[in-house]
Design a protein around this ligand. Structure first.
Ligand SMILES: NC(=O)c1ccc[n+]([C@@H]2O[C@H](COP(=O)([O-])OP(=O)(O)OC[C@H]3O[C@@H](n4cnc5c(N)ncnc54)[C@H](O)[C@@H]3O)[C@@H](O)[C@H]2O)c1
Ligand SMILES: N[C@H](C(=O)O)[C@H](O)COP(=O)(O)O
Length: 322
């Protein structure tokens, strides 16, 4: 694996747990720079401003690329005046990664509602915004455990949409695209030479041969047969309820799921502390912890940094592999 530039850690929503996790993330051992307002960091944080991601700081000190916000942060209470700056920080990190000045980006959580209300943010999450910044490229959201064996990696084909809209959005084209992006990314970024993909059905019992839903028999099985003939290692469509226990996970490298909660419940149940969200298909590396802004505990100093540490390590490894 090669040498890489530091990862940019974006501040996310300053009223959430992001800023207090940044100094704790120094335990990752990964070279990274915090991009945000140093005034939002916990008072005792040892930090030093840097002009570029490569500028070094003493060990145990947080390197900060300064991005001043208009308002202070009040834990648990997002200030609409800060919403636009949260979005600017993400865009600035992407520019640094795309210019080659940073190895990749790791995003601390945003609060979708706060950004929508405060800045009219038009995207349901980072994933869709990053795809847009990259030129409206097709991307895939993957969440991956880092502390359980066999690993639990999941991809929701449909992401941030209402459950009632899932059957219409889960098209053969969307599933095929998710399969191809995931297969290519597992090879390139995770060093899995011949990825094994397991495809979840949409309906209970994967439709049980059409008696409780027919998406599986009508188009999923024929699509998978066509892709198998190309040499892609695919199992399914499988009943989703029985594909996440350990012996089942041992049979595949990633589960492609029909919708958000079908995919994310297993990984966040098995490894909430170590789960990492990674966007596949982007021209730059992006990871994130698997949790959100946690307003209920923000500012109390009790937030667990394990997921952001795992996310920084994964970004660093992916960047080094590229
Ligand atoms: N990558 C992201 O930007 C991202 C990811 C997930 C959720 N979100 C957003 O976060 C907001 C809140 O979402 P939510 O309430 O569903 O999920 P959440 O992950 O913020 O919180 C769920 C529960 O887990 C706890 N928790 C979360 N992270 C923790 C940590 N590091 N240590 C200890 N406990 C922790 C919280 O206190 C809460 O009880 C929403 O706006 C959501 O869209 C953003
Ligand atoms: N769907 C993700 C989750 O629940 O963990 C989360 O909202 C993050 O999405 P982005 O990475 O697109 O912000």
């Amino acid at each position: 694996m090669g040498i890489t530039h530091p990862v940019i850690l974006t501040c996310g929503e300053p009223a959430g747990i992001g800023p207090e996790l940044a100094p704790k993330a120094l335990a990752s051992g990964v070279p990274f720079v915090f991009l945000g307002d140093p005034g939002h960091l916990p008072d005792a944080t040892p930090w030093r401003e840097v002009a570029t991601p490569d500028e070094t700081v003493p060990e145990g000190v947080l390197a900060v690329l300064r991005h001043d916000f208009p308002a202070p942060a009040t834990p648990g209470r997002p200030d609409p005046r800060n919403a636009a700056a949260v979005v600017e920080v993400i865009a600035r990190a992407v520019s640094l990664a795309r210019s080659g000045a940073a190895g990749g980006i790791c995003t601390l959580p945003i609060n979708k509602e706060a950004l929508k209300r405060g800045a009219g943010f038009a995207f349901p999450g980072h994933t869709e915004y990053l795809a847009h910044l990259a030129g409206d490229v097709p991307v895939v959201m993957m969440l991956a455990s880092t502390t359980v064996e066999p690993p639990c990696r999941v991809v929701p084909v449909t992401i941030h949409i209402a459950l009632r809209d899932v059957p219409g959005a889960l098209t053969p084209g969307a599933l095929e695209q998710a399969i191809r992006i995931t297969r290519d990314a597992l090879q390139r970024d995770f060093g899995i030479r011949a990825p094994r993909l397991a495809i979840a059905g949409l309906n209970p019992h994967a439709g049980e041969n059409g008696v409780m839903g027919d998406e599986e028999t009508r188009w999923m099985a024929p699509l998978l047969a066509r892709l198998r003939a190309e040499g892609i290692d695919l199992a399914g469509p499988l009943p989703a309820d029985t594909m996440f226990h350990a012996p089942a996970r041992a049979r595949y490298d990633v589960a492609i799921c029909a919708y958000h909660d079908q995919a994310l419940i297993p990984v966040k149940t098995l490894d909430f502390a170590g789960g990492v969200n990674v966007t596949l298909g982007l021209p730059f590396v992006r990871t994130s912890p698997d949790h959100g802004t946690a307003f209920d505990i923000a500012g109390k100093g009790i937030a667990d940094a394990a997921s952001v540490i795992a996310a920084l390590r994964m970004a660093h490894e992916m960047a080094a592999r590229r």
